[in-house]
Design a protein around this ligand. Structure first.
Ligand code: KG4
Ligand code: ZN
Length: 341
């Protein structure tokens, strides 16, 4: 099955073609990415220190058709060979989402192709099924960390998802973005903080809290960490010279909480596969420390992360969910397709 994925929930205009099938012998799903086109608006929004919804929507409207055309061209596929269109319907910025949704509706009508709606968070998790023969054993646990979400999701089987942990305030990516802004670093803050943290050479003195690390649930909170950083910066007249150290400690505080809670949940629910998902997973230090700790503390568990190009927003992950939904004929008529927030 060939699926056209469309993603416009925030500031990336993306389209992809994925080819999904069931392996003949094992029946396991196999989803190959034939093209994955992303037009990132980051350089435009950087000037404003964050995403400006109105500008994002206008950019999506300008770029969506060329991006879809490129995805078809790169995959060497004609519209008549597409079996379904998968489009992000939420969560996200409503004006951005609307561009993808309206485009999907129009193409569905014009090309007479079925549509399946996709949840953006679920799609981040399903990026773990792209271009891999590495089987997922269940129950599985997914840590989804993006600009808008920090969630621990229990998957008893494919498609059976239950949120067991959530953020009470800021998401992990949001904490990276806001922390970076406080230190005068560029948007998006995650890659900036990560790059400065790598520059730290000397011994560390600054200490920030690990919020909710020992709470009896699997929830998160990052807003207090951000406030602690603000107080530390206010008290330190030389903070500009110490940016690598602040970045290192701030990043480590986020990493410690994410890893601790995920391992605790994996132990409690007898998890067989731990998967990471979302833009924050692009953080190399987080990936490295996760792998090390899982090996030490949960040696019999499978550990999965998507290839780097499928961690931040992309449409291949939308196609991945789309394949499973299309296989189960979970379609919606173009007249009924709506954004969901
Ligand atoms: O999943 P994503 O691309 O978009 C949303 O669905 O939100 O995630 C974007 C978030 C931003 O907050 C960004 O700062 C963060 O992912 N991010 C990172 C890194 N690369 C992107 N955070 C930490 N380290 C990184 N290397
Ligand atoms: Zn995302």
């Amino acid at each position: 099955m060939n699926i056209l994925g469309i993603e416009t929930s925030c500031d990336e205009t993306a389209a992809a073609i994925v080819y999904g099938k069931e392996e003949k012998t094992s029946g396991a799903p196999s989803i190959k990415v034939l093209s994955n086109i992303i037009y990132s608006q980051i350089n435009i929004h950087r000037e404003w220190g964050g995403v400006v919804p109105e500008i994002a929507a206008r950019e999506h409207a300008l770029k969506i058709i060329p991006v879809i055309n490129n995805a078809l061209k790169k995959a060497k596929i004609l519209p008549k060979k597409i079996d379904a269109i998968a489009v992000t319907t939420g969560p996200g910025l409503i004006t951005s989402l609307s561009v993808g949704v309206e485009t999907a509706k129009t193409l569905s009508y014009a090309w007479n192709i079925s549509i399946t709606p996709v949840n953006h968070i679920e799609a981040h998790i399903y990026a773990n099924f792209l271009n891999t023969s590495n089987k997922t054993n269940y129950p599985a646990l997914a840590l989804t960390v993006s600009g808008g979400h920090t969630m621990l999701i229990l998957m008893k089987k494919l498609g059976d998802m239950k949120i067991i942990g959530n953020t009470r305030d800021d998401a992990a990516g949001e904490a990276f973005d806001k922390g970076a802004k406080m230190m005068g670093l560029k948007y998006p803050g995650g890659p900036e903080i990560s790059a400065y943290a790598k520059k730290l050479k000397s011994v560390k003195k600054i200490q920030l809290p690990r919020p909710m690390i020992n709470s009896n649930d699997f929830n998160f909170s990052f807003s207090g960490l951000k406030t602690s950083l603000r107080y530390c910066l206010q008290k330190d007249s030389c903070w500009k010279k110490n940016i690598p150290e602040y970045c290192h400690e701030y990043q480590q505080a986020i990493i410690d909480v994410l890893i601790h809670k995920t391992i605790k949940a994996a132990q409690k629910f007898n998890i067989k596969t731990v998967m990471l998902a979302g833009g924050v997973i692009a953080n190399t230090e987080l990936k490295h420390q996760f792998k090390k700790q899982i090996k030490q503390k949960l040696p019999n568990i499978k550990y999965k992360i998507p290839d780097t190009e499928y961690t931040t927003d992309n449409a291949a992950m939308i196609g991945s969910v789309g394949y499973f939904k299309a296989k189960n004929k979970h379609f919606i008529s173009w007249q009924d397709l709506k954004t969901v927030n």
